[in-house]
Design a protein around this ligand. Structure first.
Ligand SMILES: [Zn+2]
Length: 235
């Protein structure tokens, strides 16, 4: 009886060791996700830990938040020569496909812009206001309501697009309406609404859409808030 009992204990220990090994292997395979609760939480905390930044699609750029000097963009060229960040392309294309299926014909009139191009645009606008008889400082003030100061334009990120309608096939108003209703489904927001100009510092631009990812776009659309408000709630 004694020998039998001893053998049973040994078998028990061997089983325990085997179980521990299996557990260790599973834990390793799962990337230790049990410490973070889930994979999504792990991905988010990793993204936030890296220089304490938000995910790329939630970067805030406005007059008070210039683009970081080390910002990098991987561009993809559209068929009309405009360029966008390659990461927004699949959702942008899906949005345009859906619009076309409903008789709406959008195209990207302006995508990525270099810092130099933004500077040129601002200068052109200032000159136009000067030609209307405004002083240089007045012209600058007026121009800046229309054209973002270089370094503060979302177009320099490559994740914002000015969308125009192919007016041979549909009206601009019909397209703006379609975008206002559906863009959020593809992760894009109507970035500068009429009732938020005090916060955004930019006049109403029904053509300017900004990629923020589907989760944020849904919430921003549901709450009727702008990106600045969404991001300040988050903090
Ligand atoms: Zn724009």
């Amino acid at each position: 009886m004694k020998r039998y009992g001893k053998r049973k204990r040994k078998t028990g220990i061997a089983l325990l060791i085997a179980l521990l090994l299996v557990f260790a292997l599973l834990a390793g395979w799962a990337g230790f996700s049990w410490t973070d609760g889930n994979h999504l939480g792990q991905a988010q905390s990793l993204a936030q830990n890296e220089e304490n930044e938000r995910p790329w699609y939630l970067i805030l750029v406005n007059k008070d938040h210039p683009i970081p000097d080390d910002y990098e963009v991987n561009l993809l060229e559209l068929s009309n020569g405009e360029q966008v960040d390659e990461r927004i392309y699949p959702d942008l294309q899906a949005m345009f496909d859906s619009a076309r299926a409903e008789g709406i014909y959008p195209f990207v009139a302006a995508g990525y812009r270099t810092h130099e191009r933004q500077q040129e645009l601002l200068e052109e606008k200032i000159t136009a206001y000067e030609n209307e008889g405004n002083s240089r400082s007045e012209a600058e003030k007026l121009a800046k309501a229309w054209v973002a100061v270089p370094g503060t334009s979302e177009h320099e990120l490559g994740i914002s697009v000015d969308i125009n309608a192919d007016t041979q096939r549909c009206s601009s108003d019909a397209m703006y309406q379609w975008l206002a209703q559906h863009a959020w489904e593809y992760g894009f927001i109507y970035r500068y609404p009429q009732d938020k100009t005090q916060i955004t510092g930019i006049i109403n631009e029904p053509w300017h859409y900004r990629y923020v990812g589907k989760e944020a776009a849904k919430e921003i659309n549901e709450k009727g808030i702008c990106l600045e408000e969404y991001l300040s709630d988050e903090e």
